[in-house]
Design a protein around this ligand. Structure first.
Ligand code: GAR
Length: 220
């Protein structure tokens, strides 16, 4: 089976990129990372691409007069490489409705919250301030509204006593490193269909029936 030709767009550290690279290293994985693009030359994630022998490009947004011109350069580079799917992985640029429409249902994003709760920045601090018992991450198809769109995978992690922003972010990040490869696998296998701004996933098993936090000490 042909593997889905995927580009990963980053702006920084690239730990999600690294998780995707690891998943794609398995030759049975239904997607391959053909290109990594960063809008910042100093993005640490570019090293992960280099080490894995993956082509990369730096397209600095500051070199362009406006968002449209920047995005036209992105699309040109992506299309020249024959990219079929874009994975946003810590790509910290807002995208215009035109770019999002061009890549509609061919662009996915990971966000470190259980969307639609806590979109945008300072996710973990806001979750802690609200006292939620579960945090997590979401992989979704991208729509023009930031951190919004048909949900593919969510992973939930508990918020624990004594958590600060950093502890919670680290717990969520390890969940991200499992959720993003799973989402890419499902999309690569052609099992994810967008129906009325929700997704239907074929052949999906049952998730655990319930998670309680705090746990119910009276029940095993
Ligand atoms: C990740 O936590 C990702 O979910 C978040 O940026 C981080 C990038 O880390 N993305 C967003 O907040 C998008 N709204 P990474 O560079 O190590 O993958």
């Amino acid at each position: 089976m042909a593997r889905l030709k995927t580009a990963v767009l980053i702006s920084g550290r690239g730990s999600n990129l690294e998780a995707l690279i690891r998943a794609c290293a398995d030759e049975d994985f239904p997607a391959e990372i053909a290109l990594v693009i960063s809008n910042r030359a100093d993005a640490g994630g570019l090293d992960h691409a280099a080490r894995a022998g993956i082509a990369s490009a730096v397209i600095p947004h500051r070199d362009y007069a406006n968002r449209e011109a920047f995005e036209a350069a992105l699309t040109k580079t992506l299309e020249a490489a024959g990219i079929e799917l874009i994975c946003l992985a810590g790509f910290m640029r807002l995208l215009t409705a035109g770019f999002v429409q061009h890549w509609r249902d061919r662009m996915i994003n990971i966000h470190p919250s259980l969307l639609p709760a806590f979109p945008g920045l300072d996710t973990h601090a806001r979750a802690l301030a609200e006292g939620v018992r579960f945090a997590g991450c979401t992989v979704h198809f991208v729509r023009a509204e930031m951190d919004h769109g048909p949900i593919i995978v969510q992973a939930a992690v508990p918020v624990l006593p004594g958590d600060d922003e950093h502890a919670l972010a680290a717990r969520v990040l390890s969940a991200e490193h499992r959720a993003y490869p799973l989402a890419l696998r499902l999309v690569g296998e052609g099992r994810v269909k967008v129906v009325g701004e929700r997704t239907e996933i074929s052949g999906m098993g049952d998730a655990p029936a319930m998670l309680l936090n705090p746990p119910d000490a009276t029940r095993a």
